[in-house]
Design a protein around this ligand. Structure first.
Ligand code: TA6
Length: 290
């Protein structure tokens, strides 16, 4: 079932329910802000104090960072993570493929406003498939007569039961830029989180997996050789208006990206698709299946 909903403040979203999962997608940002498979706890973390209002970025779910990831490379007055997450997307199609699978395609195209801050003609398509797995595919088309380069992220916030018990596998021996210290490192073994972590991993061999006490979340990707792992920890969390002080304990971002050297240069007419396919194993309502 696909329902079109609007909050009293005008914030519009699509609510999807099928036999496998339940999801909510805001038209602002093409932003998936809820995904919950049947008999599982929510996959995605959403801040209890997140804005769900026009013009304000949502804290949680899967923000689309595009056409630049992080700070703009040359102009600090431009918004962090680009403009796609705060733009109004157009719903192209929404269809139930079968009783367990629903597919939604959203579109963002260049406009007078976008050309003022990023002078390129483009089409961006986001396909979100809600089923036993969650699949997202972000396609960038160069509609310009000159080449352009993008960096991007499917900035996924995962819900975890207790950050102190979380481990992330799949990154061993991978090099990363620690953006907290500016240092380069090689990952030794699994990732655990006991301080602020903000890292861009290079040459990632997907799939990677997030484990907590109640489940394993497997993240596969294509069109990407990079990934970001982020937890703001105590002080940054406290400093953010749209996060509660102890929020860092129940979230971890593992982001499928085109970051650093993994940015993509597109010629006129060329397109690039970044995908993320996310599945869970090992749980039924909190019980680990052996
Ligand atoms: O992906 C990690 C990151 O770039 C962090 O540096 C952190 O600032 C985060 O994204 C959130 O960014 P935002 O602009 O949503 O506050």
């Amino acid at each position: 079932m696909i329902e079109h909903k609007t909050f009293a403040n005008g914030f519009r979203y699509i609510e999807i329910s099928n036999n496998a999962a339940h999801a909510k997608i805001a038209l602002q940002g093409g932003h998936l802000f809820h995904f919950e498979a049947v008999n599982q706890p929510p996959l995605l973390w959403l801040s209890k104090t997140s804005f769900l209002e026009t013009g304000k970025a949502i804290r949680g779910g899967v923000p689309i960072c595009w056409p630049w990831f992080g700070k703009h490379p040359t102009d600090n007055t431009l918004p962090q993570h680009g403009f796609a997450r705060n733009s109004d997307w157009h719903l192209l199609t929404a269809e139930d493929i079968d009783a367990h699978t629903t597919k939604v395609v959203l579109q963002l195209q260049y406009s007078v406003e976008s050309l003022k801050i990023w002078p390129h003609a483009f089409e961006l398509l986001l396909a979100i498939t809600v089923g036993e797995h969650l699949s997202m595919a972000l396609t960038t088309r160069n509609c310009d007569n000159q080449e352009f380069t993008i960096t991007a992220a499917l900035h996924s916030y995962f819900a975890v039961e207790d950050i102190s018990t979380v481990s992330v596998s799949g990154f061993a021996d991978t090099s990363y830029l620690d953006t907290v210290t500016g240092e380069e490192h090689i990952q030794q073994g699994i990732i655990t989180i006991d301080q602020e972590v903000d890292r861009i991993y290079r040459q990632v061999a997907y799939p990677v997996s997030l484990h907590d006490q109640r489940r394993a979340v497997d993240i596969d990707a294509s069109g990407s050789t990079s990934a970001v792992v982020w937890n703001p920890w105590v002080e940054k969390c406290h400093a953010m208006a749209d996060m509660e002080d102890d929020s860092y304990k129940t979230m971890l971002c593992i982001e499928t990206t085109n970051a650093l050297e993994d940015g993509r240069r597109l010629s006129p007419g060329q397109e690039h698709t970044l995908t993320s396919d996310i599945s869970c194993s090992g749980i039924v309502m909190g019980r680990v299946i052996l």
